[in-house]
Structure formats: structure tokens, C-alpha cells
Ligand binder design. Structure first.
Ligand SMILES: Cc1ncc(C[n+]2csc(CCOP(=O)(O)OP(=O)(O)O)c2C)c(N)n1
Ligand SMILES: [Mg+2]
Length: 346
């Protein structure tokens, strides 16, 4: 499904009824915010002021379109790249930067965000997401779980197990495949000979759709429809997007992919088409752009300042794992405290 093409033209038949120009401006603002946050995170890491970072640039439409389709009751289960979704869900910006400094306190997600922290072991979030969805159904919360997996993650056993479980339990879950073309240095074509990743859902009896993941309106509509249908069961949405940057700051993509490939995706930039559309309608101009960028940068800089002044408590690595601390962990913590384990670590 594509609703707005690269030139900013719209398919009127598919255009969602609840999207007007104000909402498109909101989408553009969030996508720009996510890109600005991403640039800051990368720059901090390069200055040695933050730990490893997984950039999202190029994938803003997939993240913002789906995040804006979620409601407050819905629950978000990420992998490690959906910083844009966290932004829309209301994760405080300083928590994002505290996490980036490697501190556990950045992973204490507020209850209003309705999410779990970043999950790095590929695809392990999926059975958990389905379990959380089954719990929502059992407790009749009316909430839907929206979870994300990369193209590489769809080769993991956890992906198939989660889908089968979701199907048989008719779990209210939306599995978004953020297909950015690469799993570190492994290209999509070396993951599977299946023509699409979406079709993997068919064997589990789950409805699926492939969407232009750089078209924020199409991603919004696909996610909104899937959430609306989630009382009947799960949906799998494959978003076709592209990882414009490195896998993480520990990676150098020039070793395994051509500049020509990256360049071929530049005209498909998810922000560009929305900006063209808004400019053509007289709804956007350079002064609005720079005012927006200034405001967002001020918010980001204030959050960085707060995060850099933050004094982490090493005990937090024990405290945030369970809602109550099991005895075995308590003993470990007591031992560490009595041995003055963190002396001199600042
Ligand atoms: C189980 C497991 N295996 C390997 C890794 C190392 N690893 C981290 S991300 C990644 C590739 C993931 O690719 P994809 O699912 O396409 O997501 P993307 O990074 O492109 O967003 C790998 C192999 C890991 N974190 N967990
Ligand atoms: Mg990938």
C-alpha cells in the first residue's frame, strides 16, 4: 500500500478519513524531531559522550506513522531502533539520553508510556509482545500491543513461534516488520527467497500487508486499521524502508554496500515528500522550518544537559529488573554494598 508517492501526490481512494492537513503537519513535526534527536545521539556518541547507538535516519515514516496510530491504552514493545516511537509515546527526552550513557535509570519507562525498554537480543521481544497482548485480552483492557522486528529478525525462530502463538490465541497484537534492507551486513535478499516478508504471516493464518514504509500516511493507515481489527486477532505489517546510516555506531557500512545503493534511496526520503506536499499547499516554508528546528533543538539540548548532570546509582541495575526484588538478587546487592563494590566509580 502506498498513499503518498515520492512526489507528494496522493491516492484519494486510500486516503484515511481521520487525516487532515493539521495531522500531516504533526506527522512532519514528529519525523523532523526524530531525525534531530538521531543526529544529536550520533554526535554525542562520536564525541565519547554516549555509548553505542542504533540510528533511525530514513526510517522515520515507519516509526512515526505507526506510533501516531496508537492510543494511550495501546502497548509498545520495541527492539532497539524505535527511538521515534518512544518520542511520540512520551518518553522523557532526558531518559533517552540517560539510557544512552549506559545507565539503567534510562530504562525505567513511565507507566503512561505503556512500553517496555529497548530489547537487543534479536526477535526475543516478539513472544513477550504476544504474551502481553494475551494478557490485555484476558484483562479486557481494550489495549493492543504494537511490536517491531527488523528484516533480519524475521529469520529467527522467535518470529515464527510468536506468530503462531498470536494466531492461535487471536492475540490483539500488530507485528511491524521494519524492513530497512539490511541486518548489519546481511542484505534482505540473503535472508529468504520468500518474495515478501509479510507473506510469512500467511502460514500462521494471520492477515498481512506490505506497505511503503517511507510513506507516513500509509503506515499510519495500515497500523490504525490493524489496531481497529485487533479484537479479532493479529496483523503483520511489512514496512519497506531503508537504513540510510550505519547499523550502529560500531559498524562501517562502506565495507559492504555501495554509495550508489544509498543514493538511490535519497529521493524516497520520508520527510522530503511530506515537505513537498505541505510546501505546494502553501502550508510550509523556510521560516516555519527553521522555527520548528530551533524549538526542537532547544528541547533536545536541555535534555542532554539534564542527562549529563544526572548522577547514576549503580544499585539501580538490581532495582529495575523486577517489580519486587527476588531474594537472590537482594543478597547480591547486599554483598556488593557491603564490599563497597562501586568505590571510586563516581
Ligand atoms: C539473538 C541475537 N543475535 C545476534 C545479535 C546481533 N545483532 C544485533 S542487531 C542484528 C541485526 C538485526 O537486523 P534486523 O533485524 O534487520 O534489524 P535492524 O538492525 O536492521 O533494524 C544482529 C545480528 C543480537 N543482538 N541478538
Ligand atoms: Mg534490518
Amino acid at each position: 500500500m502506498q498513499i503518498m508517492d515520492e512526489k507528494g501526490s496522493i491516492d484519494q481512494q486510500l486516503f484515511p478519513k481521520d487525516v487532515d492537513d493539521n495531522k500531516i503537519i504533526e506527522m512532519y513535526r514528529w519525523m523532523s524531531f526524530a531525525r534531530a534527536l538521531d543526529a544529536k545521539a550520533l554526535s554525542l556518541q562520536r564525541q565519547g559522550r554516549a555509548v553505542t547507538y542504533a540510528p533511525l535516519v530514513g526510517e522515520e515514516a515507519t516509526q512515526i506513522g505507526s506510533a501516531m496510530a496508537m492510543g494511550p491504552k495501546d502497548f509498545f514493545v520495541p527492539n532497539f531502533r524505535q527511538h521515534g516511537v518512544f518520542l511520540v509515546r512520551g518518553l522523557p527526552l532526558d531518559a533517552f539520553f540517560i539510557y544512552m550513557k549506559g545507565y539503567e535509570e534510562g530504562s525505567t519507562i513511565g507507566k503512561n508510556v505503556n512500553a517496555v525498554p529497548d530489547i537487543v537480543p534479536v526477535a526475543t521481544q516478539l513472544p513477550h509482545a504476544v504474551g502481553i497482548a494475551v494478557a490485555q485480552k484476558y484483562k479486557k483492557t481494550g489495549g493492543t500491543v504494537v511490536t517491531y522486528v527488523g528484516d533480519g529478525g524475521t529469520s529467527e525462530g522467535n518470529f515464527y513461534e510468536a506468530m503462531n502463538f498470536a494466531g492461535i490465541m487471536k492475540a490483539p497484537v500488530v507485528i511491524i516488520i521494519e524492513n530497512n534492507g539490511w541486518a548489519i551486513s546481511e542484505p534482505r535478499k540473503e535472508q529468504t527467497i520468500a518474495p515478501t516478508l509479510a507473506q510469512k504471516a500467511i502460514a500462521a493464518g494471520i492477515p498481512c500487508i506490505q506497505v511503503d514504509g517511507n510513506d507516513v500516511i500509509a503506515v499510519y493507515k495500515a497500523t490504525k486499521d490493524a489496531i481497529a481489527n485487533s479484537s479479532k486477532g493479529p496483523t503483520v505489517i511489512e514496512c519497506l524502508t531503508y537504513r540510510m546510516s550505519m547499523h550502529t555506531t560500531a559498524d562501517d557500512p562502506s565495507k559492504y554496500r555501495s554509495d550508489a545503493e544509498v543514493d538511490s534511496w535519497k529521493p524516497k526520503d520520508p520527510l522530503l515528500r511530506i515537505r513537498n506536499y505541505l510546501t505546494n499547499k502553501g502550508l510550509w516554508n523556510d521560516s516555519k522550518e527553521s522555527a520548528m528546528a530551533d524549538t526542537q533543538l532547544k528541547q533536545i539540548d536541555a535534555a542532554v544537559e539534564k542527562a549529563e548532570a544526572f548522577k547514576a546509582d549503580p544499585k539501580s541495575m538490581y532495582q529495575n529488573l523486577y517489580s519486587y526484588m527476588p531474594d537472590v538478587l537482594k543478597e547480591e546487592l547486599d554483598d556488593a554494598v557491603s564490599a563497597n563494590f562501586w568505590q571510586g566509580t563516581g
